[in-house]
Design a protein around this ligand. Structure first.
Ligand code: ATP
Length: 269
């Protein structure tokens, strides 16, 4: 089936279910976990979709589906209107380039033995992009995009701060000029003092580069800060879906109201 994507839609998930075999099944425990239960969403250029919910509600599993790391048990993923299950090799390659991911903890996401330069040039080498000179200038460009000085290229990830490491991870995610970035709890492992800087950087990049973004967090205030639309997940299901304003001003679901009631001030945890 070919989807009916409009021109700005990059990614669409339709009725996604993911059922995991439980890690600790047993006599009185279910042997399966319905981690994602009938979730649909679409991501457009220049738009940030926030996905919020408590630990275990299925956010990371959904993120893994979006970036192609987890095959859904059922449901479809469309990339620019094409069902990626029926993708050709060229669509698969284009999808891999177009949708990139930023994980929670840059300390574990970056290879500790690779310099920042090597971290950034690696995807360009793997995808055979440009001449050697063009790749070197792309590394310099990526550092500038995320507000790091050229000298940062020479250091190891362990030699810079957590916030700077997350800037490197963001630069790496931009290396192949993606259309969509999926950011899974990108500020949760960072000091409170640098969280707002990273959120502002992501928002600026979204505008500057016209990216679509999926921003995943357990913290509804952080999600509000960056998102145009918000999806609230509860036990694998989307229980609320609306503009950030609608969700904050007129939450329809009791669970959303609980999240809003429980949320302390912006970026404090
Ligand atoms: N590979 C897996 N095998 C078995 N169960 C899994 C697997 N991955 C996730 N789960 C289970 O699926 C449910 C959803 O997990 P998931 O990590 O997607 O939620 P989350 O909202 O991202 O939570 P967290 O923020 O704690 O990672 C949880 O019950 C989790 O234990």
């Amino acid at each position: 089936m070919t989807g009916t994507a409009n021109t700005t839609e990059i990614l669409r998930l339709e009725n996604i279910h993911v059922v995991h075999k439980a890690r600790t099944g047993g006599l009185f425990r279910p042997d399966r976990v319905h981690a994602v239960n009938d979730v649909s969403l679409s991501v457009h250029r220049g738009e940030t979709i926030g996905v919020v919910g408590e630990s275990g509600c299925g956010k990371s599993t959904l993120a893994r589906v979006m970036v192609g790391l987890q095959k859904p048990t059922s449901g479809s993923v469309f990339f620019r209107g094409t069902n990626i299950d029926r993708r050709s090799a060229s669509t698969a390659k284009a999808y891999g380039k177009a949708v990139s991911v930023i994980f929670q903890d840059p300390a574990t996401a970056l290879n500790p033995r690779m310099s920042v330069h090597d971290v950034l040039i690696d995807p360009l080498n793997v995808h055979g992009i440009g001449s050697k000179a063009a790749r070197e200038s792309r590394v310099a460009e990526l550092l500038a995009l995320v507000g790091l000085p050229p000298s940062a290229a020479e250091v190891l990830p362990s030699q810079i701060s957590g916030g700077q490491r997350q800037r490197v991870a963001i630069a790496r995610s931009l290396a192949l000029e993606p259309d969509v970035i999926v950011a899974d709890e990108p500020t949760s492992a960072l000091d409170v003092s640098v969280r707002a800087q990273i959120l502002n950087l992501l928002t600026d990049l979204k505008v500057q580069l016209g990216l679509g973004m999926v921003f995943i967090s357990h913290d509804i205030q952080t999600v509000r800060y960056v998102s145009d639309r918000i999806l609230v997940m509860y036990f694998g299901r989307v229980v609320e879906d609306g503009t950030a304003r609608q969700v904050f001003e007129h939450p329809a679901d009791p669970y959303t109201r609980t999240l809003l009631g429980a949320a302390p001030g912006l970026l404090t945890h």
